[in-house]
Design a protein around this ligand. Structure first.
Ligand code: GDP
Ligand code: GDP
Length: 439
């Protein structure tokens, strides 16, 4: 499990500059959907030999809406509840403000590993100014410059040293090979209600894992006759005050759950318009290559007219993962829940499916040879064969003479054809084109 590091601090101290520097190229993601740019406030990074997931909490509260930095306290609370470690960024060129004091007081009281950095210490003189910040009463402040890269090496090393040791996967042999399902969604989407519906009488604690600073709890359930695990449901059951509305908290929680799941149910309240936040959670699951189902909850509150529109509306907003399906459901009446269970099982099977060579050859003959890539830049790419390199999610490799001449539109075409041909429903399909000189 990858530890989550939250970057907190007042607006304008340089959080996103630091985030971008640490995240680097990992911000770019390529999947089989058309290339839409989505704003991302979380990213995987590799620091000093450790993989971590970074969250830029400031990104969730645009500066314009929060000129006084009031939001910092809410984000600090969210980070204390959900992150494994916290990086608190201060402005090294200015005296501490009351928002800084409040944040630091909260952080010092928490049991979380926290590092403090004074940013914009671009040179030695400015680094001295940063010393004023010691009036905040913390033991150590790292002078850094996010734009110049100054002091970052030391900060990274200390951060990695603070992280909980890498925990091995749980030794729950009994649960090996079972579908792992995460339910994510905004506060009040109906996650706990759905959880209770799915868990029913089977509900039992199977794995309260120590070794991480944030509890993760898995629950064994039966879905459409198939044993399965609902992962990371602690947050769903244990309501904390940060649940009420801090988006960075639900994203941190979702990242943790998605990381441990095969199938992700993104639950949206169907009585509300689908929001940016829903799309972000879907994007998170899609980027991480999980099978995804969009659950539209509270169907019992919709009239016939609204019912017919809601699925389409959700798909329109979340168009970047066209392969994700929607299921209209009600945890209250139980409507749609059986369908959701069946869909989860189908998605799980597709997620782990391996296609045989014979079938792939047939696909190659019937589809790729019939519709070869168009000529591009004077080059006619020639395809040789296709293999499945990985499952969970499925990754295919098409060998060809000129991969650079295969356009993105053709790559998407191949991914979609593979999905249709082999029934990879509700899962992302990744296709790489690789060069090989002709024998
Ligand atoms: P955020 O609101 O905390 O995410 O802050 P930003 O990352 O958007 O940075 C706010 C401003 O500070 C931008 O104009 C940055 O270019 C600038 N900035 C960030 N880091 C540094 C730094 O290390 N040195 C200097 N001089 N400016 C910086
Ligand atoms: P969570 O914050 O995502 O875990 O959401 P909850 O499960 O706590 O539900 C939030 C609110 O929506 C509660 O008042 C629930 O009673 C209500 N709710 C959840 N599911 C349904 C549903 O299927 N139908 C109706 N009418 N209300 C629901």
């Amino acid at each position: 499990m990858t530890p989550i590091v939250a970057i907190v601090g007042r607006p304008n101290v340089g959080k996103s500059t630091l985030f971008n520097r640490f995240a680097g190229q990992d911000l770019a993601i390529v999947f089989d959907e058309p290339g839409v740019t989505r704003e991302r406030h979380y990213a995987d990074a590799h620091l000093h030999g450790r993989d971590i997931t970074l969250i830029d909490t400031g990104g969730f509260d645009p500066l314009s809406k929060d000129p006084l930095g009031v939001g910092i306290v809410r984000h600090v609370e969210a980070a204390i509840a959900e992150a494994d470690a916290i990086l608190c960024i201060l402005d090294g060129t200015a005296p501490p403000t009351s928002a800084d004091r409040e944040a630091v007081a909260l952080l010092r009281r928490s049991k979380k590993p926290v590092l403090y950095a004074a940013n914009k210490a671009d040179d030695q003189n400015k680094a001295l100014v940063a010393n004023d910040l010691y009036t905040l009463g913390v033991d150590r402040i790292f002078p850094i410059s996010a734009t110049h890269g100054r002091g970052l090496h030391e900060l990274e090393a200390s951060l990695v040293a603070l992280l909980p040791p890498p925990a091995g996967e749980p030794s729950d042999d009994e649960n090996k090979g079972l579908p792992r399902v995460a339910i994510v969604g905004r506060p009040n989407a109906g996650k706990s209600s759905l959880f209770n519906r799915l868990a029913g009488e089977e509900r039992a604690l199977v794995d309260a894992r120590p070794g991480t600073t944030v509890d993760t709890v898995d629950t064994r359930v039966v879905l459409a006759g198939q044993a399965a695990i609902l992962v990371d449901t602690a947050g769903v059951r244990r309501k904390t005050k940060v649940d009420t509305g801090v988006e960075s908290a639900s994203v941190m929680r979702a990242i943790r759950a998605v990381g441990r799941a095969d199938v992700v149910v993104v639950l949206c309240d169907a009585t509300l318009p689908v929001a940016e936040q829903d799309a972000r959670l879907l994007g998170l699951a899609a980027d991480r290559g999980r099978a995804v189902i969009i659950g539209l909850s509270k169907a019992d509150l919709l009239d016939r007219d609204a019912r017919s529109k809601v699925s389409q509306a959700a798909r329109d907003t979340m168009h970047f993962a066209t392969w994700a399906t929607t299921v209209l459901l009600s945890a209250r009446t139980g409507e749609g829940v059986a369908e959701l269970e069946k869909t989860i099982v189908t998605a799980y099977q597709a997620f782990h499916r391996r296609v045989g060579t014979g079938e792939l050859n047939r696909f190659f003959r019937d589809v790729l040879e019939r519709t070869p890539p168009p000529t591009h830049g004077g080059k006619a790419p020639r395809l040789y064969y296709v293999t499945q390199a990985e499952t969970a999610p499925p990754v295919f490799v098409v060998m060809c003479n000129a991969p650079e001449a295969v356009k993105a539109s053709y790559q998407r075409f191949v991914a979609n054809q593979i999905r249709k041909f082999f029934g990879f429903d509700y899962v992302p399909v990744l296709v790489h084109f690789r060069g090989r000189t002709k024998k």
